[in-house]
Design a protein around this ligand. Structure first.
Ligand code: FES
Length: 102
């Protein structure tokens, strides 16, 4: 199978915080950039090399660093960001971060 050309756009479908999501990205678009373009502003770009964890999301329930993944790698997978935890539980989550100096 031929590799996609670098300038080619690819359709990627995945679940973002429980919602079916479809994006059109370049083959080398990082997941962190695709998520922020979808409004997931809790996902930050810090070091951009997998060291700081500012871009951490859940991928099929496992914590991963979105700056180390390509958007195309989440095809048909489930991505969860902090936006999924807005609501009454956020206070508890914020307390946990404060209590543990997160
Ligand atoms: Fe630092 Fe991803 S931006 S680990």
């Amino acid at each position: 199978m031929a590799e996609p050309a670098l300038e080619e756009s690819l359709e990627v479908s995945f679940e973002l915080n429980g919602e079916p999501t479809h994006v059109t990205v370049a083959p080398r678009t990082l997941l962190v950039d695709a998520l922020r373009e979808q409004g997931a502003k809790s996902v930050h770009i810090g070091c951009d090399e997998g060291l700081c964890g500012a871009c951490t999301v859940l991928l099929d329930g496992d914590a991963v660093k979105a700056c180390l993944l390509l958007a195309v790698q989440v095809q048909n997978r489930r991505v969860e960001t902090l936006e999924a935890h807005q609501g009454p539980d956020l206070d508890a989550l914020q307390r946990a971060f404060r209590d543990e100096f997160g």
